[in-house]
Ligand binder design. Structure first.
Ligand code: KG4
Ligand code: ZN
Length: 347
């Protein structure tokens, strides 16, 4: 089967990323990827400031492209994240890709950030992973958990989505980050909480599991955040006592994992899926990866997949991977018809 090379750009939030990927059959490999993180710029504000993010993308995009894009080795297509996310951030990557498409006459592929996270599961990081990727079967259920999204999406086949549910308020990653901020940690605090949780007792602090018993596939995390706020205010030693801090982090992490687990198993059973795909930044969380894998294998007929850790967070490799599968279906769009859409939903 012929291979296809895609140049991809991701800039929907606070990471600028450019990648060149090569797809062949069911496998996509990252040939080259260059990234610029903005964490240091946003840390002092405790979250992402859209105006700052956009300026940083503008500074980073041309140097990153120069590292990855070889004009003498023309890609078969160019792809960019065109939504959802921060509009001023998306515009930088999307308009840059459109410009290259127009000037170099390279076909354009518009990619949704959420489908990007899902397709990180198809990235072949090394040759040993071929059997993992080959075994992914449809229907598949994707649980996307990131700083901006918590969604359950059903895939009947490649690039064919049906949204089953999503968060009604905060995303799981957002909840991790906001509670981390209450504890005095820098943005993004999710990884810090999960690291501290490793030495804690997950049953030490009683915290709510919002919407645990609801009959749908929606989530809500703002109540958990508020409960965490009250607990920390009522128990100020949580912030300074090592053991108390570890216990709180473990209990908080467990609440999130339990809710995600319950809803995901419920949906996997209902739709008799053959695969469950974890995705998004929070998919880097070790406890979630392990507990969800066990629950899926024990309670459903599905196999469980999660992307290589390096591709859980925002990256252009995952955008190129979606674009490869779209290119196989001839899903190109003329750059003139593309408009960045901060609210773009799939399914
Ligand atoms: O997918 P991503 O890079 O950006 C968005 O699209 O939002 O996800 C970033 C989110 C942040 O909220 C971060 O705290 C969270 O992923 N995260 C984690 C872990 N690693 C990253 N949350 C919990 N445990 C982790 N190990
Ligand atoms: Zn993301």
């Amino acid at each position: 089967m012929n291979s296809m090379r895609i140049l991809a750009i991701e800039s929907s939030c606070d990471d600028t990323s450019v990648a060149l990927v090569e797809g062949r059959g069911e496998y996509v490999q990252i040939i080259k990827e260059a990234n610029a993180s903005q964490i240091d710029a946003h840390k002092i504000f405790g979250g992402v400031i859209p105006e700052v993010a956009a300026r940083k993308h503008v500074e980073a995009i041309i140097p990153l492209l120069s590292e990855v894009y070889d004009k003498n080795n023309r890609p078969d297509a160019i792809a960019a994240t065109c939504g959802p996310g921060l509009i001023t951030s998306i515009l930088v990557g999307c308009e840059t890709a459109k410009t290259i498409s127009a000037l170099e006459n390279i076909p354009f592929i518009s990619v949704n950030h959420i489908e990007g996270h899902i397709y990180a599961n198809w990235i072949l990081e090394n040759q040993n992973e071929k059997s993992r990727i080959k075994s992914i079967q449809f229907p598949a259920l994707a649980l996307i958990v990131s700083g901006g999204h918590t969604e359950l999406i059903l895939l009947e086949s490649h690039i064919n989505y049906k949204k089953l549910g999503s968060t009604r308020d905060d995303a799981a990653g957002e909840c991790f980050d906001k509670v981390a901020k209450l504890l005095g940690f820098d943005y993004p605090g999710g990884p810090k909480i999960s690291m501290l949780a490793e030495n804690g007792n997950e049953n030490a602090v009683k915290l709510p599991r919002p919407m645990f018993n609801s009959d749908d596939y929606d989530f809500s995390f703002s109540g958990l955040k508020t409960a965490a706020l009250y607990f920390i205010n009522d128990n100020p030693a949580t912030k300074i006592d090592k053991k108390k801090l570890a216990d709180f982090c473990a209990s908080f992490e467990q609440s999130i994992v339990d809710v995600l687990n319950k809803k995901c198993v419920q949906a996997a059973k209902k739709y008799s899926v053959k695969s469950v795909l974890l995705a998004g930044g929070v998919a880097a969380n070790t406890k979630l990866r392990l507990e969800l894998k066990n629950s899926i294998l024990e309670n459903t007929q599905a196999l469980f997949y999660c992307p290589p850790i390096a591709y859980c967070m925002d990256n252009a490799g995952m955008i190129g991977t979606v674009a490869y599968f779209k290119a196989r279906n001839n899903q190109f769009t003329n750059w003139k018809d593309i408009k960045a859409d901060p609210q773009w939903e799939i399914g």
